[in-house]
Structures are given as C-alpha cells and as structure tokens.
Design a protein around this ligand. Structure first.
Ligand code: NI
Length: 136
C-alpha cells in the first residue's frame, strides 16, 4: 500500500543545499525529496526518543558553535552555571578559526538533560547539538 504524498516548499540556505547534494551524490538517493524524507524520519525518531527520556540518566551533549556570535559565550556559560548540579564535566576543543566544540557530560534526570540540549540548540550561533545517552 503506497502512502499518499503531499507537496511542500522549503527554504534553506545555499550551503545546506550544497551539503545535501553532496550526500545525494554519494548515497543512492534518487531525489532530494527522498533524502529529506529520510532526514525527517530521523528527526522525528530523535524527537520522540528525547520526549521519552525519564528518570536518572547519564549522557553527553556534544555541540559545535561559532564563538564569534555576539553574546553566545555568555549565554552558554549562563546555562552551564545554572545547570551546574546536572553537568559533571565540560570538555572544550577549538576546532576551527571561529569554531568550538564542547562535550558536556551530564548525570541527572532525563528531562533535565533533554531541556539542557534543547536550550543549547535554540541559541543563535550553535550549529549542531547531539545528545547521546548511555544505559545505567
Ligand atoms: Ni574554542
């Protein structure tokens, strides 16, 4: 049984589109739509998984950001100091001329680790945030 398809239009930065096309070339995607559908499924799976995080958990939040974005460093520090009982360790790596990577090790309630991840993700200048939770 085939699913009914709906058409939507999408506005994305050129750089992101270039990266998508590079992946299309390397993988066996027949169209951009197919690749975006796959990415959207991953996004939704990830979203549901995070919504279900409950109880004591431990994990690592890895993020990449542009330290040149005005006010970003202060916001990152504010968030990390607010969550100092949740955050056990922070590893900082200078990965590019203006790019930093941080691995934040957290131990505490899953909901709080999820909220921390979401608040970092929402900041202007934060390019990527990934959360990995490991079993107890
Ligand atoms: Ni740095």
């Amino acid at each position: 049984m085939s699913e009914e398809l709906n058409r939507i239009s999408l506005t994305i930065p050129e750089n992101l589109l270039d990266q998508l096309d590079e992946v299309l070339e390397k993988k066996d995607y027949s169209s951009r739509s197919e690749a975006i559908r796959d990415a959207l499924r991953d996004f939704l799976t990830d979203y549901r998984w995070k919504e279900e995080l409950k109880g004591k958990q431990r994990g690592v939040v890895v993020m990449v950001y542009d330290y040149d974005v005005k006010g970003l460093n202060k916001k990152l520090l504010d968030i990390q100091h607010e969550e100092r009982d949740l955050i056990k360790s922070v590893q900082h790596l200078h990965v590019g001329r203006h790019e930093c990577m941080e691995a934040i090790i957290a131990n505490g309630l899953g909901e709080r680790i999820r909220d921390l991840t979401d608040s970092l993700k929402s900041l202007d200048g934060v390019k990527q945030v990934k959360l990995a939770v490991v079993g107890r």
